[in-house]
Design a protein around this ligand. Structure first.
Ligand SMILES: *Cc1c(COP(=O)(O)O)cnc(C)c1O
Length: 371
């Protein structure tokens, strides 16, 4: 018996296609909008669900020098694939981790005076520790040095002695709403706080922030979502290319012509003759359960509704207006005419959540980019 290859989901009924050429095109476009800044790439959560190593290699091959993950483990996994790039881990430095950061040359993003102290103490007798970044909290109340902590650093600069700081960053709360007053407030607070700190690359904007204008670009921008084709804001048409196409296979089609219900909880009652197709994708594959009786998918040119609840591995569709659809045919769950942002709107969430939940049961097909 041959050894099963658990990573190649050859027999998976549904196919997730990831266009690395489109990721590269989006990177180039974001970089050109922020032409005076370096363009880094955020590949946390396994590259927003699309594969951090594949995305990282595709972007490194067109000149991206700096990568951000959330977890240290994500950064370590990327290090093997990108031996000569700068890799940062947003989530900071926990006690006991300094040596691991240094061993893999991962740059910690230091989020508090406590983390700065741990790193400074480690660096005092480390041989070649990587440079660190400082994260300033200008309005998220989440991670980063609070303004009082930044003041302490200004009056006690010896706290930053003995290690190198490559980057000082902050993060915008409302950049997907271009008119929100917090965008300018955070930008001004960031500029003011950095005056008293050592000189380093300054970085404020993520994807949506890039489209706020040059005053938000500073020295480096950090897009994630935009690389993966998500729209920077709802006010303008999406200027970026779609990266993800998710096709689900129809397993079964039945004509229901007697009054009957569909799926768990009998949440949908069929009262007139209806053609029902069952597709091999469910909430365990990241297809949101909230799309039960709410979502739609594309079959060729027609949009067909999800009827009944979303099951763990299956969804049911009313394909009465796509009468030729049969077992083995593919339907488009996410694609050009029904992108991740549109699916998210139907599901009451954001495109980020749709992508990061896609899961690992689909057969993944990568369209290679250019080298
Ligand atoms: C996730 C994240 C980013 C990237 O944000 P996008 O909106 O996906 O472009 C940038 N910076 C920080 C601190 C983040 O947490």
């Amino acid at each position: 018996m041959p050894t099963p290859d658990l990573h190649n989901k050859r027999h998976s009924a549904s196919v997730l296609t990831i266009d690395l050429g489109a990721v590269q095109a989006n990177y180039r476009q974001l970089a050109s909008v922020a032409a005076n800044a370096e363009c880094a790439a955020v590949v946390k959560a396994d590259g927003y669900g699309l594969g951090a190593v594949r995305v990282g290699q595709a972007l490194a091959s067109i000149g991206c020098r700096t990568f951000f993950t959330a977890h240290l483990d994500e950064a370590i996994a990327l290090r093997a694939a990108l031996p000569d790039r700068e890799i940062y881990s947003f989530n900071g430095l926990m006690p006991g981790e300094a040596e691991t950061f240094s061993e893999f040359q991962i740059s910690p993003v230091l989020n508090s005076l406590g983390e700065i102290e741990i790193w400074a103490r480690y660096c005092a007798d480390a041989e070649t520790p990587p440079p660190a970044a400082l994260h300033l909290d200008t309005g998220m109340s989440r991670l980063g040095l609070m303004p009082v902590e930044v003041q302490r650093l200004a009056t006690e600069p010896e706290r930053l002695g003995g290690f190198s700081i490559s980057t000082i960053m902050s993060h915008l709360a409302c950049s997907d709403m271009p008119g929100h007053p917090l965008n300018a407030q955070q930008r001004d607070a960031f500029s003011a706080l950095t005056i008293a700190l050592p000189r380093a690359k300054l970085s404020l904007a993520a994807s949506s922030g890039i489209f706020l204008g040059p005053a938000w670009h500073f020295n480096m921008v950090r897009p994630g979502a935009g690389l993966y084709g998500l729209s920077p804001n709802r006010e303008n048409p999406n200027p970026l290319q779609q990266v993800v196409n998710l096709q689900g296979k129809i397993l079964s089609v039945r004509d229901v012509d007697t009054p009957q219900t569909v799926g768990y909880g009998a949440s949908r009652r069929i009262t007139e003759p209806t053609r029902v197709a069952t597709v091999a994708a469910g909430y365990a594959d990241g297809y949101p359960r909230s799309l039960g009786n709410e979502g739609s998918v594309r079959i060729g040119n027609v949009s067909v509704p999800v009827i009944g609840r979303v099951s763990m591995d299956l969804i049911t569709l009313d394909v009465s207006n796509a009468p030729h659809a049969g077992p083995g045919d593919m339907v488009e769950l996410i694609g050009p005419l029904h992108d991740a942002d549109a699916v998210a709107t139907q599901a009451g969430t954001i495109g980020y959540e749709i992508l990061t939940r896609l899961g690992h049961r689909y057969h993944r097909h990568y369209i290679e980019g250019t080298a």
